[in-house]
Design a protein around this ligand. Sequence first.
Ligand SMILES: *[C@@H]1O[C@H](CO)[C@@H](O)[C@H](O)[C@H]1NC(C)=O
Ligand SMILES: *[C@@H]1O[C@H](CO)[C@@H](O)[C@H](O)[C@H]1NC(C)=O
Length: 517
Amino acid sequence: MAIATAFSLKLQILFIIFCCRSYFSTAFTSQDYADALEISILFFEGQRSGKLPLNQRQTWRGDSGLSDGSAYHVNLVGGYYDAGDNVKFGLPMAFTTTLLAWSVIEFGSSMQNQITNAEAAIRWSTDYLLKAATATPDTLYVQVGDPNMDHRCWERPEDMDTPRNVYKVTAQNPGSDVAAETAAALAAASIVFKESDPSYSTELLHAATKVFDFADRHRGSYSDSLSSAVCPFYCSYSGYQVRLSSVLGFLKSIIDLNLSLSIQDELLWGASWLHKASLNGTYLAYIQSNGHTMGSDDDDYSFSWDDKRPGTKILLSKEFLDKTTEEFQIYKSHSDNYICSLMPGSSSFQAQYTPGGLFYKATESNLQYVTSTTFLLLTYAKYLGSNGGVAKCGGSTVTAESLIAQAKKQVDYILGDNPAKMSYMVGFGNKYPQHVHHRGSSVPSIHAHPNRISCNDGFQYLYSSSPNPNVLVGAIVGGPDNRDHFADDRNNYQQSEPATYINAPFVGALAFFSAKN
Ligand SMILES: *[C@@H]1O[C@H](CO)[C@@H](O)[C@H](O)[C@H]1NC(C)=O
Ligand SMILES: *[C@@H]1O[C@H](CO)[C@@H](O)[C@H](O)[C@H]1NC(C)=O
């Protein structure tokens, strides 16, 4: 009797261990996710341009770009450097802002004491975007800094002495892509500040309306008029990806002779955010007359600064999930098709994963696709969950819980649950990238080394084998290759460069998991 009881007790204990380990299979606690959330937002302080405030916490940084725009009689001080260089690129900055705002809109209620920091990170960008959008009528300033010259130097932003050229889109040289993304950013941020700062929120929405109108009235792609400034250099050192997509876009425009096809994704994305922020029927009508062009089989799983289609599908599905008419159901089936293609085991599965289980899309900056896709999985799970719905994948269904489990694998992989047993987020865990491809982080701080370090003198730090002297806490780098291999090499920008748009959607994902037990 005693033996049997002990035996069954042992079984029970074994069962509990087995059940709960595999059921929760958690490498990290909610506190770990909360810690990662905090530094994922802190990262943005390392990317700040302009006059830094007294409460700046990445203290190795100093003021920079204080006269940006002045030679053009416009104040363009502030905003973010996109990645490891010192250029302010408008398209990725706006996309970053939209996704930071979307993170707060969906998961801000789980951010606890980090909500203030998240709002500050958004405002650092929207203050700049407001200036860029409203300084001159029918003009949007879309970039500060000559990327050719910037990339020929390895300089701290504080020492920057390369030309701070200003680039803009106008009625004559339109850029519906960058303008509609800027409208999306301003509209999404207006939702974030609706309660905490109503007058700022109104100002953002007003500007968003005007920029969207400008984007729609003057159609064209900004890479046509600004190609030498925005195209070959955008993705930092080589910008291969941008070069490739702009070549494809160019071929497409020759073949189609119809540019509106290639800019459709931003206009619809912008309209969707304006609809959500304003509830003005004009945008709903716009979506309804243009949304059908958003096919269900055109995904290449690359929700990014360049491709807004997957995000638009998910965002619109929320508006229409509770409506049952055929016209509205189409938005859910578009989203289902996209989500199903990401889910291993589903009949329509198409995406690629590494042997270690990481979503894999591109050799360069792959983690940007991982974080954006993870955010969409969690957001769709939330939309479905609040509707009691499931995603329909061919003959089978996928539950919100499976989407969350798939998202968790991606988050945990980035944080260190991966074959290399390292975190791809700087400052998280005990093993993380030390040679981040980032000028400010790799050159000694202006506070430690006040004397100027010139354009060419900086290259010794790019090629040095020493760890970066200034830890860019919270940065997520480009990440490993399709075999889960990562080279912690500063010169390997494809893998070791951080970017604001890698972090932005991860902020929302981390908030979600920090609130789960
Ligand atoms: C370009 O495409 C849009 C939307 O598909 C269409 O309305 C327009 O007529 C097309 N323009 C040309 C010149 O083909
Ligand atoms: C809705 O938006 C359109 C386009 O911007 C604008 O002309 C109209 O005045 C707006 N309506 C309301 C009620 O705000």
